[in-house]
Design a protein around this ligand. Structure first.
Ligand SMILES: Nc1ncnc2c1ncn2[C@@H]1O[C@H](COP(=O)(O)OP(=O)(O)O)[C@@H](O)[C@H]1O
Ligand SMILES: [Mg+2]
Length: 396
């Protein structure tokens, strides 16, 4: 069971919603429904599950229905049809009072326009959600201070919003959501208005917090960078529909149609970056004269669980893993030669997308070799991801 389960969700704006719903079910497009029935399709038959503890990103162009969808999840907008379950409970079945209690307990929400109250201090702003919950004052102060601390704003409690930069204001918004300690954070383009540097900082902050809190996050963005950096899985929306759901690799390598392909194409501009640009020097290598004990020593000293093996002219021979080295040391019948293994190699001209596909399932770096099989360097996974994320800028 997912933490959030959305099934066949529709949201139509306008007076002839039932007619519009029928048209959608009969295959009419958003444009046709607008033209023939004068209603706007917000969400068209969306189904997805968010796992407990996952960051699930919804990405799409402006107007594709992201905000409508996320607001349906906690019923800030009433869906036209469908089902939304949180922890197995049907959210659409709640009456007003149940809904309010459920919302307060379960959800924290952070928007692009963080709407801080200008005449309240940072601390008072952070306490806002707890006030609504009628949490007692000392508790309110304590929990808000903790939340401000978590987002790196300790010392700013008594300042007013206008005294803070945009990034800091957005952190107050985040602290306000965190203070109520929700099970689920709903974040609708929370960082879109921030300048790129602050944005990166906020993304990292969110990932740090996420590691600590282990909460479920539904995050919306129109930025593929951000989706790749934050999302465990990514759903792509177009004209109210979810047209693909997948992890990084699936989104980047198995684009299901032109629309997704267009997002990904932006990432693929990073084809200009190739293996030779992002490879690093191996911090240690094994040479022909090195035996298993030297290998183990080099691994321990450099904190590695594998090493690449080269000839004396630096020709690439393979990789050895620490478990195998230990086996050789303990077993006279095994030869060091026997444990040198082959893994996929990269060409210096391989692009990021190719590297990503090659390295996705590897737990060791990729060796980069030239046409003479000389080891030029190694590629580490985080480097591929970081470069993919920072290159693939999607313009709205
Ligand atoms: N209150 C509303 N009344 C009528 N149409 C709306 C309303 N809110 C959103 N829409 C329409 O629903 C569609 C999806 O909008 P929205 O969810 O805001 O997209 P996104 O967040 O992806 O930019 C758009 O066509 C938009 O014009
Ligand atoms: Mg929106």
């Amino acid at each position: 069971m997912g933490k959030i389960e959305v099934r066949n969700l529709y949201k139509i704006f306008g007076n002839k919603r039932q007619k519009a719903l029928e048209m959608l079910k009969n295959g009419y497009t958003k444009q046709e429904v607008l033209k023939k029935n004068n209603s706007t399709v917000g969400v068209d038959d969306a189904s997805f599950e968010v796992e407990d503890g996952e960051i699930f990103v919804i990405m799409g162009l402006s107007g594709s229905g992201k905000s409508t969808l996320i607001r349906c999840v906690n019923r800030l907008i009433e869906p036209t049809a469908g089902s939304i379950k949180v922890d197995g409970q049907e959210v659409l079945g709640f009456d007003k009072k149940e809904l309010r209690e459920f919302r307060e307990k379960e959800f924290g929400m952070v928007f692009q326009n963080f709407a801080l109250l200008p005449h309240r201090t940072v601390l008072e702003n952070a306490m806002f959600g707890l006030e609504i919950q009628k949490v007692e004052k000392q508790q309110r102060i304590k929990r808000s201070k903790e939340a401000l601390n978590a987002v790196g704003l300790d010392g700013w409690e008594d300042q007013y919003p206008e005294q803070l930069s945009g990034g800091m204001q957005q952190r107050v918004g985040l602290a306000r959501a965190l203070a109520v300690d929700p099970e689920i954070l709903l974040m609708d383009e929370p960082f879109s208005a921030l300048d790129p540097l602050i944005k990166k900082e906020m993304q990292s902050k969110l990932l740090d917090l996420y590691e600590e809190m282990e909460r479920t996050i539904l995050f919306i963005t129109h930025d593929l960078d951000e989706a790749l950096k934050l999302g465990d899985r990514i759903a792509i929306m177009k004209e109210g529909k979810i047209i693909q759901i997948g992890d990084h690799e699936e989104i980047l390598t198995e684009a299901t149609n032109d629309y997704v392909e267009n997002f990904v194409e932006d990432v693929n501009r990073s084809r200009v970056l190739t293996a030779k640009d992002i490879m690093t020097k191996a911090i240690a290598l094994l040479y022909p004269q090195d035996g298993p004990r030297t290998a183990l020593h080099k691994m321990k000293k450099n904190n590695l669980n594998s090493l690449f093996v080269v000839n004396k002219d630096k020709k690439y021979r393979g990789i050895v893993y620490i478990e195998d080295v230990v086996d050789v040391i303990n077993n006279d019948e095994l030869e060091f030669e026997d444990i040198i293994k082959n893994i996929t190699k990269a060409d210096p001209e391989d692009n990021l997308r190719k590297l990503f596909a090659d390295i996705a399932d590897l737990n060791v770096p990729l060796p980069v070799t030239d046409e003479d099989d000389k080891l030029l360097g190694i590629i580490v996974k985080t480097n591929v991801l970081a470069n993919l994320a920072s290159e693939g800028k999607f313009d709205q």
